[in-house]
Design a protein around this ligand. Structure first.
Ligand SMILES: [Zn+2]
Ligand SMILES: [Zn+2]
Length: 258
């Protein structure tokens, strides 16, 4: 079993760098990939990644941002693959921490990550000279989960919505020129990571995706657990497949029951 050890970040539009890291699983791979954003007043990290990838992430961030590392980090929710490196990063660099769970029972300070600033849903803030809003996600696995929308790159960073990828697609950015993410790759991920998906109404999810696209001007759909999708047409097609995957899961779960 080998882990892809390419040391470069993957460049996305608008000063967004994908810190692509993934786990090889038996049949396919699972991304747990933070993103690094260049701001006029410093570098912002979105999500902290998995501990398995800690050294590689530190190396890549320093290669891009210099030995002083990041100036701010934003964490979407308290779940190990999203936060577990925060403590080590703070021992390495000095930066401001923004989270959705400051002041909860999982307060970053209590957990040894040091002081943090709490972000509220729908709030807009300036961080390192970039403007961020924290939308309510249509699909979450923790009540306090927030998504992160970056106004400068028109990028939506989505906590737990995602998909698996094939061993040949670790660093693929899905735009019009690339094969779209398959319904099966979304469905398999959902069934492993978000078991409540079988209870969702695919029509309501379709509406929720359309609503978030009308509320936010989105050019980059940036999952932590999946390849980024670039361009409005590709994002809309991905949302349609996501609804189809939810439908397939629901139909399989309830077929055979009365
Ligand atoms: Zn997650
Ligand atoms: Zn991979």
């Amino acid at each position: 079993m080998t882990i892809n050890d390419d040391t470069q970040t993957v460049e996305l539009p608008g000063g967004v760098h994908w810190l692509e890291t993934c786990f090889p699983m038996e049949r396919r791979h699972h991304h747990i990939s933070p993103y690094l954003l260049d701001g006029p007043d410093g570098s912002v990290l979105i999500e902290a990644g998995s501990m398995v990838h800690q050294d590689r992430l530190i190396e890549r961030i320093e290669a891009h941002a210099g030995p002083d590392g990041i100036d701010a980090a934003i964490l979407s929710h308290y779940d190990l693959p999203h936060v577990s490196n925060a403590r080590a990063f703070r021992e390495t660099w000095e930066f401001d921490l923004y989270t959705s769970f400051s002041g909860t029972s999982a307060n970053p300070e209590t957990l040894g990550m040091g002081p943090s600033t709490g972000c509220m849903h729908d709030e807009t803030r300036e961080i390192c000279g970039r403007t961020f809003t924290f939308p309510w996600p249509p699909l979450v696995d923790a009540a306090h989960t927030m998504w992160v929308y970056d106004h400068d790159a028109k990028a939506m960073f989505t906590g737990d919505m995602g998909h698996y990828h094939e061993a040949t697609d670790c660093r693929t950015v899905v735009d019009g020129a690339e094969e779209p993410v398959s319904v099966d790759a979304i469905r398999a991920y959902n069934e492993d990571a978000l078991p409540f998906v079988k209870f969702l109404d695919p029509e309501k999810m379709r509406d929720a995706f359309a609503e978030i696209r009308s509320e936010y001007d989105i050019e980059i759909w940036a999952p932590v657990h999946g390849n980024p999708i670039v361009g409005k047409g590709s994002i809309e097609a991905y949302h349609e497949r996501y609804a189809e995957a939810i439908e397939a899961t629901r139909d399989a779960a309830w077929s055979g029951s009365d």
